[in-house]
Ligand binder design. Structure first.
Ligand SMILES: Cc1cc2nc3c(=O)[nH]c(=O)nc-3n(C[C@H](O)[C@H](O)[C@H](O)COP(=O)(O)O)c2cc1C
Length: 272
């Protein structure tokens, strides 16, 4: 619910014009008044008000900070370089990741946009339980792989993955230090959401923050796939069968340094 301090309001109409659901109106007193009928709490009115007259009763308003050009503006060249230089890290130091850093990564996810401002992405941080989760993923991949190898209807293109998973499982069983699922990283953050795009966008910002904090990460698609196909992973995480793990970011301090960017295919673009 939105509240506008009438004594502060200068009647500039910026909030009424920027409200995406036209839920603020100007009245005869030339002040803005919230209707609170269709508001989905996006906070645009709070962010745009030149005199900070607007608050939401649903949020912690002490988290709102004023714009400062120095601190809030990204240089496009640096941003592009950061995007190009970002790599999936699969070689980690054994050092744990500080809780404050994990919290900052989640903060980057929390502030990411969501459809209709639903903010329906939740997070699971796995550190202490990582070994248990890892075993569950290896078991799942082995079950999935073995099933696919024995199924004559398996798509030949997928068969190579089936063999890879069984091989990964056997190598890990032989030597538990051989870990081609989490690569012996000390932490993972999972996003859980019914909305795949919301969680994916959040994850992308989280990855950028991970790198900015001097950490490395990669997205474990094997882990999320295994969580869709076998129940054991959600059981380990205390999730319901219907919960949807969208991404699994494996995180730790990189034990390697990249010297340059990696090449990419040209973009396929249609300009109309
Ligand atoms: C959705 C998704 C799933 C992925 N799953 C895995 C995985 O299970 N294991 C792995 O080692 N890398 C995984 N990766 C990392 C990709 O292999 C990697 O992004 C790609 O090879 C390009 O390398 P780069 O990230 O360093 O640019 C995944 C990446 C994405 C985006």
């Amino acid at each position: 619910m939105i509240k506008i301090e009438q004594e502060k309001c200068i009647g500039c109409t910026l909030c009424t014009k920027d409200c995406p659901v036209s839920d603020i109106e100007m009245k005869e007193d030339l002040k803005a008044h919230p209707k609170n009928e269709r508001c989905f709490n996006c906070g645009h009115c709070i962010a745009i008000c030149p005199v900070a007259a607007i608050e939401s009763l649903d949020y912690d308003m002490s988290e709102v900070v004023p714009f400062e050009p120095e601190a809030f503006t990204l240089n496009s060249e640096n941003l592009m370089n950061a995007i190009k230089f970002r790599r999936s890290t699969r070689q980690f130091k054994s050092a744990p990741v500080e809780k404050e850093k994990l919290e900052k990564i989640i903060e980057a996810g929390r502030y990411t946009q969501t459809a209709t401002n639903s903010q329906n992405v939740s997070y699971i941080v796995v550190t202490d339980k990582l070994d248990e989760l890892k075993e569950a993923v290896f078991e799942s991949l082995n079950v999935m792989g073995t099933h696919m190898i024995n199924d004559p209807n398996t798509d030949p293109n997928l068969l190579k993955y089936a063999h890879m998973w069984v091989h990964m499982y056997n190598a890990h069983k032989e030597n538990p230090k051989v870990d081609s699922v989490f690569f012996n990283a000390p932490a993972a953050i999972l996003t859980v959401s019914s909305h795949v795009v919301n969680a994916t966008l959040a994850s992308s910002n989280m990855e950028l923050m991970t790198n900015a904090l001097g950490l490395g990460t990669f997205f474990s698609g094997f882990m999320t796939l295994a969580s869709e196909r076998t129940p054991i992973i959600k059981q380990v995480l205390g999730l319901k069968e219907t919960d949807n793990i969208v991404t699994c970011m494996v995180i730790g301090y990189p034990s390697i340094k990249y010297k340059r960017t990696a090449p990419r295919k040209k973009a396929e673009v249609i300009w109309l």
